[in-house]
Ligand binder design. Structure first.
Ligand SMILES: Cc1cc2nc3c(=O)[nH]c(=O)nc-3n(C[C@H](O)[C@H](O)[C@H](O)COP(=O)(O)OP(=O)(O)OC[C@H]3O[C@@H](n4cnc5c(N)ncnc54)[C@H](O)[C@@H]3O)c2cc1C
Length: 425
């Protein structure tokens, strides 16, 4: 891997997501050798993936080069590598580019899409966890609109114009809102030969309300906003199957659709090698103590989405959102230094900064502890928070410019089929 041997303790971090980079920043310029490994050479700002999927933003504006993040950090290295195995007995990680020994290992590999064991759905649906997947969705939406203009039968046209999103969490709600905005502002202008009204957006959620992790107020408002945008919301409905054409559910609802987006859940993305009882069976997350130390291991830690730290407030682990990942990364950066210097460690305490979701232009819902609000001000707060949270000044400027341009012109600049989407197999 061409990492120099040194007398400094070596911390290997697997994953350059929110948790991994927050920890790497804490260890910058300290007397510690840091090796950051990721299978991508960029950090992905997942909260805005849905805007890439719906042609609102170019992918580059939500990605940031990992090498650039650590370039000024003394003793820090990045390697583009997929970690395939952990050999905890010999303190070595095995990757597709070679093996590397560590003194301390930090696993921050996040999650992957959960299909709940349904292989037909896995084979036919569109997931949205990574930038290439978001680009696939963008291409598919635009290709299906193109195909709809030349469809030979009403039945085919209807299936091409039926957009089905499964999962009424923030991702599904935001995606449904953004596709509804496409229908309202872009389709009538770009596709005058299509009747925009035949385009239908369906959001399917198994719970009794959308945004189940948020307040009742947020759910009610979000549903109201979605209805106003013409989105069909189906709660208490479980998708049973999708064969590439027909969506079957546990109710009478059946939909013919060529665009089926799966945003129904995630499961941990652990690395092979640790003993089986280090993992929580249900969620595939590593069981960690209050210092993010993986159960039964002294020098292996897990952070963010992949870590399940059981507390009184969160018995099954913290919510799988950016803030716990960032806060755990920051604290572990400090704690590792304490550990190396023989000082006592500080236990993790999560500071919940609230949650929010946007549902198209001028509309969002925000839960800030006792304060719950919705509408234009919430949308403004949502934009500000997301803009500030983006990694990189250039990205903030580009996104701000795009949003302003889109807002003034009711436009979405990136509706391009650069790489046509074709389902494999
Ligand atoms: C579509 C979507 C929308 C979201 N919206 C919001 C939101 O609005 N607000 C919010 O707070 N949270 C949101 N989240 C959740 C949030 O993005 C996650 O909680 C957060 O990214 C977790 O950070 P992490 O560092 O644990 O993992 P991640 O950010 O997922 O990073 C994991 C990293 O590990 C790398 N990796 C994985 N396995 C390996 C391996 N074997 N070898 C090498 N590298 C590996 C990956 O490439 C990735 O870079 C959203 C998530 C998604 C998918």
């Amino acid at each position: 891997m061409n990492i120099p041997e040194s007398s400094l303790p070596r911390v290997v971090i697997i994953g350059g997501g929110f948790a991994g980079i927050s920890m790497a920043k804490q260890l910058a310029n300290k007397s510690i050798q840091v090796v950051l490994l990721d299978k991508h050479n960029y950090h992905t700002f997942q909260p805005l993936l849905y805007q890439v999927s719906t042609a609102g933003l170019e992918p580059d504006s939500i990605a940031y080069p990992l090498r650039k993040i650590i370039k000024k950090h003394k003793h820090s290295f990045f390697r583009l590598a997929e970690v395939t195995q952990i050999d905890a007995t010999n303190n070595v990680v095995e990757t597709n580019i070679g093996n590397l020994s560590y003194d301390y290992l930090v696993i921050a590999t996040g999650t992957k899409t959960n299909y709940f064991g349904n292989s037909t759905i896995e084979a036919n649906s569109m997931p949205m966890k990574k930038i290439p997947q978001a680009l696939n969705i963008r291409s598919l939406i635009l290709q299906n609109l193109e195909k709809a203009t030349i469809a030979s039968s009403e039945e085919t046209r209807k299936a091409l114009l039926n957009f089905v999103i499964v999962g009424g969490g923030p991702t599904g709600v935001e995606l449904a809102g953004a596709i509804a905005e496409l229908k309202k502002h872009i389709v009538p202008r770009d596709y005058p030969d299509l009747d925009a009204e035949t385009m239908q957006i369906h959001l399917i959620e198994s719970h009794s309300r959308v945004l189940p992790p948020m307040s009742e107020h947020a759910s009610k408002k979000a549903k109201e906003f979605l209805n106003r945008l013409g989105v069909h919301v189906h709660c208490n409905t479980i998708v049973k199957d999708y064969n590439g054409n027909l969506v079957r559910t546990n109710s009478e609802l059946q939909l013919h659709s060529k665009t089926f987006i799966w945003a129904a859940g995630v499961t941990g993305a652990p690395v092979h090698g640790l003993q089986a009882d280090a993992l929580m069976q249900r969620s595939n997350r590593y069981k960690v103590n209050h210092y993010n130390q993986v159960e039964s291991y002294n020098n292996i830690f897990a952070l963010g989405d992949i870590a399940a730290m059981s507390t009184d407030a969160y018995p099954n682990g913290h919510p799988q959102v950016a803030q716990p990942a960032i806060q755990q990364g920051m604290l572990l950066g400090k704690n590792i230094r304490c550990l190396i210097n023989g000082k006592p460690l500080k236990p993790f305490k999560y500071k919940d900064k609230g949650s929010m979701a946007t549902i198209g232009r001028n509309k969002a819902v925000v839960d800030l502890h006792r304060f719950k609000f919705a509408g234009f001000f919430a949308w403004f707060v949502w934009m500000f928070v997301h803009l500030m949270a983006l990694v990189g000044f250039r990205n903030r400027v580009v996104v701000f410019f795009n949003w302003s341009y889109n807002y003034i012109n009711f436009d979405k600049a990136a509706r391009l089929i650069i790489r046509p989407f074709k389902k494999e197999g």
